[in-house]
Design a protein around this ligand. Structure first.
Ligand code: AN7
Length: 355
Protein backbone atom coordinates (compact mmCIF):
# COMPACT_ATOMS: atom_id res chain seq x y z
CA UNK A 1 0.00 0.00 0.00
CA UNK A 2 1.23 3.48 -0.80
CA UNK A 3 1.27 5.57 2.38
CA UNK A 4 -0.12 9.05 1.98
CA UNK A 5 -0.44 9.82 5.69
CA UNK A 6 -1.82 13.09 6.98
CA UNK A 7 -1.54 14.95 3.67
CA UNK A 8 -4.14 12.73 2.01
CA UNK A 9 -6.36 12.76 5.09
CA UNK A 10 -6.33 16.55 5.49
CA UNK A 11 -5.74 17.47 1.86
CA UNK A 12 -8.65 20.00 1.87
CA UNK A 13 -6.86 22.14 4.44
CA UNK A 14 -3.33 21.79 3.03
CA UNK A 15 -1.58 23.49 0.08
CA UNK A 16 -1.48 20.46 -2.25
CA UNK A 17 -3.14 19.77 -5.60
CA UNK A 18 -4.46 16.57 -7.19
CA UNK A 19 -1.16 16.24 -9.06
CA UNK A 20 1.11 16.65 -6.04
CA UNK A 21 3.29 13.58 -5.47
CA UNK A 22 3.01 12.92 -1.75
CA UNK A 23 6.19 11.95 0.11
CA UNK A 24 4.96 10.10 3.19
CA UNK A 25 5.95 7.45 5.70
CA UNK A 26 2.46 7.12 7.19
CA UNK A 27 2.83 9.87 9.80
CA UNK A 28 0.12 11.27 12.06
CA UNK A 29 -2.87 9.54 13.64
CA UNK A 30 -0.97 9.20 16.93
CA UNK A 31 -2.65 7.97 20.14
CA UNK A 32 -4.38 10.31 22.56
CA UNK A 33 -3.91 8.61 25.92
CA UNK A 34 -5.73 9.64 29.10
CA UNK A 35 -3.45 9.66 32.15
CA UNK A 36 -4.92 7.60 34.95
CA UNK A 37 -2.55 6.79 37.80
CA UNK A 38 -0.88 10.16 38.23
CA UNK A 39 -4.13 12.14 38.22
CA UNK A 40 -5.83 9.63 40.50
CA UNK A 41 -3.04 10.06 43.09
CA UNK A 42 -3.40 13.82 42.87
CA UNK A 43 -7.12 13.54 43.57
CA UNK A 44 -8.05 16.04 40.88
CA UNK A 45 -10.94 16.05 38.44
CA UNK A 46 -8.88 17.44 35.61
CA UNK A 47 -8.85 15.22 32.52
CA UNK A 48 -5.30 15.06 31.23
CA UNK A 49 -4.53 13.54 27.84
CA UNK A 50 -1.19 12.78 26.25
CA UNK A 51 -0.81 13.22 22.50
CA UNK A 52 1.94 10.68 21.92
CA UNK A 53 3.82 12.19 19.00
CA UNK A 54 6.82 9.98 19.68
CA UNK A 55 4.93 7.27 17.78
CA UNK A 56 5.42 8.99 14.42
CA UNK A 57 7.65 7.15 11.88
CA UNK A 58 10.94 8.74 12.98
CA UNK A 59 9.87 9.06 16.61
CA UNK A 60 8.88 12.72 16.83
CA UNK A 61 6.25 15.29 15.78
CA UNK A 62 8.67 16.61 13.16
CA UNK A 63 7.36 14.02 10.68
CA UNK A 64 4.07 15.93 10.36
CA UNK A 65 5.90 18.99 9.09
CA UNK A 66 8.53 17.09 7.16
CA UNK A 67 6.05 15.18 4.96
CA UNK A 68 4.71 18.57 3.80
CA UNK A 69 8.08 20.32 3.50
CA UNK A 70 9.68 17.50 1.49
CA UNK A 71 6.55 16.97 -0.64
CA UNK A 72 6.62 20.67 -1.59
CA UNK A 73 10.42 20.72 -2.07
CA UNK A 74 10.15 17.83 -4.53
CA UNK A 75 7.17 19.46 -6.25
CA UNK A 76 9.23 22.61 -6.82
CA UNK A 77 12.04 20.57 -8.39
CA UNK A 78 14.46 20.77 -5.48
CA UNK A 79 17.09 18.00 -5.32
CA UNK A 80 18.40 18.79 -1.83
CA UNK A 81 17.11 19.96 1.53
CA UNK A 82 18.96 21.51 4.45
CA UNK A 83 18.22 22.18 8.12
CA UNK A 84 19.87 23.14 11.37
CA UNK A 85 18.74 20.89 14.16
CA UNK A 86 18.95 19.93 17.80
CA UNK A 87 18.33 16.39 16.50
CA UNK A 88 14.75 15.52 15.69
CA UNK A 89 14.43 17.74 12.63
CA UNK A 90 17.63 16.22 11.24
CA UNK A 91 16.29 12.70 11.80
CA UNK A 92 13.03 13.51 10.01
CA UNK A 93 14.76 15.40 7.20
CA UNK A 94 17.16 12.50 6.64
CA UNK A 95 14.35 9.93 6.51
CA UNK A 96 11.98 11.87 4.23
CA UNK A 97 14.84 12.86 1.90
CA UNK A 98 15.75 9.18 1.63
CA UNK A 99 12.12 8.35 0.85
CA UNK A 100 12.05 11.05 -1.84
CA UNK A 101 15.43 10.11 -3.28
CA UNK A 102 16.96 13.54 -2.69
CA UNK A 103 19.89 14.77 -0.60
CA UNK A 104 19.70 16.05 2.97
CA UNK A 105 22.29 18.29 4.63
CA UNK A 106 21.94 18.68 8.39
CA UNK A 107 23.84 21.09 10.65
CA UNK A 108 24.07 19.89 14.23
CA UNK A 109 25.73 21.23 17.38
CA UNK A 110 28.74 19.03 18.13
CA UNK A 111 28.29 16.84 21.21
CA UNK A 112 24.80 18.17 21.97
CA UNK A 113 22.52 15.83 20.08
CA UNK A 114 20.96 12.73 21.59
CA UNK A 115 22.35 9.38 20.47
CA UNK A 116 19.20 8.04 18.76
CA UNK A 117 18.80 11.18 16.67
CA UNK A 118 22.43 11.07 15.56
CA UNK A 119 22.00 7.40 14.62
CA UNK A 120 18.98 8.29 12.49
CA UNK A 121 20.67 11.15 10.65
CA UNK A 122 23.65 8.90 9.92
CA UNK A 123 21.87 5.69 8.90
CA UNK A 124 19.50 7.47 6.49
CA UNK A 125 22.54 8.76 4.64
CA UNK A 126 22.26 12.49 5.20
CA UNK A 127 25.37 14.64 5.03
CA UNK A 128 26.04 15.73 8.59
CA UNK A 129 27.81 19.02 9.17
CA UNK A 130 28.81 19.30 12.83
CA UNK A 131 29.53 22.78 14.11
CA UNK A 132 31.31 23.97 17.22
CA UNK A 133 28.33 26.09 18.07
CA UNK A 134 24.72 25.76 19.15
CA UNK A 135 21.43 25.43 17.26
CA UNK A 136 21.05 29.20 16.94
CA UNK A 137 24.47 29.49 15.24
CA UNK A 138 23.51 26.62 12.91
CA UNK A 139 20.18 28.21 12.02
CA UNK A 140 21.87 31.47 11.00
CA UNK A 141 24.39 29.57 8.88
CA UNK A 142 21.60 27.64 7.14
CA UNK A 143 19.78 30.87 6.29
CA UNK A 144 23.00 32.41 4.96
CA UNK A 145 24.15 29.42 2.91
CA UNK A 146 20.72 28.83 1.33
CA UNK A 147 21.21 32.12 -0.53
CA UNK A 148 24.16 30.61 -2.34
CA UNK A 149 23.50 26.87 -2.60
CA UNK A 150 20.64 25.05 -4.41
CA UNK A 151 19.02 23.72 -1.25
CA UNK A 152 15.52 24.06 0.26
CA UNK A 153 15.40 24.96 3.96
CA UNK A 154 13.15 22.55 5.89
CA UNK A 155 13.37 24.17 9.31
CA UNK A 156 10.09 25.47 10.70
CA UNK A 157 10.69 28.86 9.02
CA UNK A 158 9.50 26.89 5.96
CA UNK A 159 5.74 27.59 6.12
CA UNK A 160 4.86 24.10 4.86
CA UNK A 161 6.28 22.64 8.07
CA UNK A 162 3.69 24.40 10.23
CA UNK A 163 0.94 23.48 7.76
CA UNK A 164 1.71 19.81 8.30
CA UNK A 165 2.10 20.16 12.06
CA UNK A 166 -1.27 21.89 12.51
CA UNK A 167 -2.97 18.54 11.77
CA UNK A 168 -2.16 17.36 15.31
CA UNK A 169 -4.77 19.85 16.57
CA UNK A 170 -7.29 18.51 14.03
CA UNK A 171 -6.78 14.96 15.29
CA UNK A 172 -7.28 16.01 18.91
CA UNK A 173 -10.57 17.78 18.18
CA UNK A 174 -11.81 14.82 16.14
CA UNK A 175 -10.92 12.31 18.84
CA UNK A 176 -12.25 14.25 21.84
CA UNK A 177 -15.19 15.70 19.97
CA UNK A 178 -14.21 19.15 21.25
CA UNK A 179 -11.15 21.35 21.70
CA UNK A 180 -9.51 20.93 25.15
CA UNK A 181 -9.56 23.87 27.59
CA UNK A 182 -5.76 23.86 27.77
CA UNK A 183 -3.00 22.64 25.48
CA UNK A 184 0.53 22.28 26.91
CA UNK A 185 3.67 22.06 24.77
CA UNK A 186 7.43 22.22 25.17
CA UNK A 187 8.74 25.30 23.37
CA UNK A 188 12.05 25.60 21.52
CA UNK A 189 11.69 27.48 18.25
CA UNK A 190 7.96 27.79 19.00
CA UNK A 191 7.04 26.33 15.62
CA UNK A 192 4.90 23.58 17.09
CA UNK A 193 2.90 25.78 19.46
CA UNK A 194 2.31 28.14 16.51
CA UNK A 195 1.19 25.24 14.30
CA UNK A 196 -1.19 23.92 16.95
CA UNK A 197 -2.78 27.33 17.39
CA UNK A 198 -3.24 27.53 13.60
CA UNK A 199 -4.93 24.13 13.62
CA UNK A 200 -7.22 24.96 16.53
CA UNK A 201 -8.28 28.33 15.14
CA UNK A 202 -8.84 26.87 11.65
CA UNK A 203 -11.15 24.16 12.95
CA UNK A 204 -12.92 26.69 15.14
CA UNK A 205 -13.53 28.95 12.15
CA UNK A 206 -14.77 25.96 10.15
CA UNK A 207 -17.32 25.28 12.90
CA UNK A 208 -15.67 21.99 13.92
CA UNK A 209 -15.16 23.09 17.53
CA UNK A 210 -16.96 25.48 19.86
CA UNK A 211 -13.83 26.96 21.35
CA UNK A 212 -10.04 27.17 21.17
CA UNK A 213 -7.70 26.13 23.98
CA UNK A 214 -5.58 28.30 26.22
CA UNK A 215 -2.05 27.65 24.96
CA UNK A 216 0.66 26.96 27.53
CA UNK A 217 4.34 26.89 26.55
CA UNK A 218 7.05 25.44 28.77
CA UNK A 219 10.81 25.83 28.50
CA UNK A 220 13.95 24.66 30.29
CA UNK A 221 15.29 27.16 32.84
CA UNK A 222 18.61 27.55 31.02
CA UNK A 223 16.90 28.07 27.66
CA UNK A 224 13.81 30.10 28.47
CA UNK A 225 13.70 33.18 26.22
CA UNK A 226 9.89 33.38 26.37
CA UNK A 227 9.88 33.37 30.16
CA UNK A 228 12.67 35.96 30.35
CA UNK A 229 11.11 38.06 27.58
CA UNK A 230 14.40 38.21 25.68
CA UNK A 231 16.58 35.96 23.57
CA UNK A 232 19.17 33.90 25.47
CA UNK A 233 22.83 33.87 24.35
CA UNK A 234 24.19 30.59 25.68
CA UNK A 235 21.19 28.26 26.15
CA UNK A 236 21.91 25.18 28.26
CA UNK A 237 19.75 22.23 29.32
CA UNK A 238 19.86 18.45 29.50
CA UNK A 239 16.77 18.53 27.24
CA UNK A 240 18.97 19.11 24.20
CA UNK A 241 15.96 19.14 21.85
CA UNK A 242 14.97 22.54 23.23
CA UNK A 243 18.46 23.96 23.82
CA UNK A 244 17.50 27.02 21.80
CA UNK A 245 17.99 30.69 22.72
CA UNK A 246 16.72 32.48 19.61
CA UNK A 247 13.30 31.03 18.70
CA UNK A 248 12.44 31.34 15.03
CA UNK A 249 8.68 31.79 15.62
CA UNK A 250 9.15 34.47 18.31
CA UNK A 251 6.48 36.96 17.17
CA UNK A 252 3.85 34.32 16.36
CA UNK A 253 4.28 32.62 19.75
CA UNK A 254 4.03 35.86 21.73
CA UNK A 255 0.88 36.78 19.82
CA UNK A 256 -0.87 33.43 20.18
CA UNK A 257 0.01 33.24 23.87
CA UNK A 258 -1.71 36.61 24.36
CA UNK A 259 -4.66 35.84 22.04
CA UNK A 260 -5.37 32.53 23.78
CA UNK A 261 -4.90 33.98 27.31
CA UNK A 262 -1.99 31.58 27.79
CA UNK A 263 1.35 31.79 29.55
CA UNK A 264 4.94 30.56 29.48
CA UNK A 265 6.81 28.96 32.34
CA UNK A 266 10.07 27.08 32.88
CA UNK A 267 11.54 24.09 34.71
CA UNK A 268 14.94 22.98 35.99
CA UNK A 269 16.66 19.99 34.42
CA UNK A 270 16.01 18.09 37.64
CA UNK A 271 12.26 18.69 37.42
CA UNK A 272 12.24 17.72 33.74
CA UNK A 273 13.95 14.39 34.42
CA UNK A 274 11.75 13.65 37.43
CA UNK A 275 8.64 14.08 35.28
CA UNK A 276 10.08 11.92 32.50
CA UNK A 277 10.71 9.16 35.03
CA UNK A 278 7.29 9.53 36.64
CA UNK A 279 5.57 9.09 33.25
CA UNK A 280 7.53 5.93 32.51
CA UNK A 281 7.07 4.41 35.96
CA UNK A 282 3.47 5.37 36.65
CA UNK A 283 1.87 5.38 33.21
CA UNK A 284 4.15 3.27 31.01
CA UNK A 285 4.78 6.17 28.66
CA UNK A 286 8.36 6.85 27.61
CA UNK A 287 9.16 10.26 26.14
CA UNK A 288 12.36 12.21 25.76
CA UNK A 289 13.28 14.84 28.39
CA UNK A 290 12.12 17.86 26.34
CA UNK A 291 8.68 16.31 25.91
CA UNK A 292 8.18 15.66 29.62
CA UNK A 293 8.22 19.39 30.26
CA UNK A 294 4.66 19.71 28.91
CA UNK A 295 3.43 17.32 31.61
CA UNK A 296 5.60 19.00 34.27
CA UNK A 297 3.89 22.25 33.33
CA UNK A 298 0.38 20.85 33.34
CA UNK A 299 0.83 19.14 36.71
CA UNK A 300 2.31 22.24 38.37
CA UNK A 301 -0.51 24.43 37.05
CA UNK A 302 -3.18 21.90 38.06
CA UNK A 303 -1.73 21.74 41.60
CA UNK A 304 -1.60 25.51 41.93
CA UNK A 305 -5.14 25.88 40.59
CA UNK A 306 -4.05 27.97 37.60
CA UNK A 307 -5.67 25.17 35.61
CA UNK A 308 -9.00 24.79 37.44
CA UNK A 309 -10.60 21.52 38.50
CA UNK A 310 -12.86 20.05 35.84
CA UNK A 311 -10.71 21.29 32.94
CA UNK A 312 -9.67 19.15 29.98
CA UNK A 313 -5.97 19.36 29.18
CA UNK A 314 -3.86 17.93 26.36
CA UNK A 315 -0.07 17.65 26.66
CA UNK A 316 1.99 16.96 23.55
CA UNK A 317 4.75 14.41 24.10
CA UNK A 318 6.87 15.56 21.17
CA UNK A 319 9.51 12.82 20.97
CA UNK A 320 10.03 9.18 21.94
CA UNK A 321 12.17 8.29 24.95
CA UNK A 322 14.31 5.98 22.81
CA UNK A 323 15.75 9.07 21.14
CA UNK A 324 17.95 9.69 24.16
CA UNK A 325 18.98 6.38 25.77
CA UNK A 326 22.04 7.88 27.47
CA UNK A 327 20.00 10.31 29.55
CA UNK A 328 17.45 7.61 30.40
CA UNK A 329 20.03 5.16 31.69
CA UNK A 330 22.04 7.82 33.53
CA UNK A 331 19.07 8.86 35.64
CA UNK A 332 18.10 5.33 36.69
CA UNK A 333 19.15 3.65 39.90
CA UNK A 334 21.99 1.38 38.77
CA UNK A 335 21.25 -0.95 41.69
CA UNK A 336 18.10 -1.98 39.81
CA UNK A 337 20.50 -4.12 37.82
CA UNK A 338 21.29 -7.26 39.79
CA UNK A 339 24.32 -9.27 38.74
CA UNK A 340 24.13 -12.98 39.56
CA UNK A 341 25.63 -16.27 38.48
CA UNK A 342 23.45 -18.21 36.03
CA UNK A 343 22.09 -20.64 38.64
CA UNK A 344 18.52 -21.34 39.73
CA UNK A 345 19.32 -20.49 43.34
CA UNK A 346 20.81 -17.10 42.66
CA UNK A 347 18.05 -16.05 40.24
CA UNK A 348 15.39 -17.24 42.73
CA UNK A 349 17.06 -15.32 45.56
CA UNK A 350 17.26 -12.18 43.43
CA UNK A 351 13.50 -12.34 42.79
CA UNK A 352 12.51 -13.09 46.39
CA UNK A 353 14.81 -10.30 47.70
CA UNK A 354 13.07 -7.79 45.45
CA UNK A 355 9.39 -8.70 45.76
C1 AN7 B 1 11.30 16.57 21.22
O1 AN7 B 1 14.96 19.19 15.94
O2 AN7 B 1 14.19 22.33 17.06
O3 AN7 B 1 9.07 24.77 19.66
O4 AN7 B 1 15.95 21.06 15.49
O5 AN7 B 1 12.74 17.94 19.22
O6 AN7 B 1 8.57 23.69 17.46
O7 AN7 B 1 10.92 24.10 18.18
C2 AN7 B 1 13.41 20.31 17.95
C3 AN7 B 1 12.43 20.81 18.76
C4 AN7 B 1 10.04 19.99 21.44
C5 AN7 B 1 10.42 22.13 20.33
N1 AN7 B 1 10.22 18.70 21.66
O8 AN7 B 1 9.54 22.38 19.25
C6 AN7 B 1 15.09 20.41 16.10
C7 AN7 B 1 14.20 21.11 17.05
C8 AN7 B 1 11.13 18.01 20.93
C9 AN7 B 1 11.86 18.67 19.93
C10 AN7 B 1 10.72 20.69 20.48
C11 AN7 B 1 11.67 20.04 19.72
P1 AN7 B 1 9.51 23.81 18.59
Amino acid sequence: MRYTGLIEKYRDTLPVSDDTLIISLGEGNTPLIKLENILCEMGTHVELYIKYEGLNPTGSFKDRGMTMAVTKAVESGSRAIICASTGNTSAAAAAYAARAGIKAFVLIPEGKIALGKLAQAMIHGSTIIQIKGNFDDGMQLVKDVAEFAPVSIVNSINPYRLQGQKTAAFEIIEELGYAPNYHCLPVGNAGNITAHWMGYTEYHEMGKSDSTPIMLGYQAEGAAPFVKGARVDNPETIATAIRIGNPQSWDQALKLSKDSNGWFDCFSDKEILATQKMLTEKEGIFCEPASAISVAGALRDIKSGKIPDGSSVVCTLTGHGLKDPDTAIAQCDQSAMINVNPTLNEVKKAILDHM
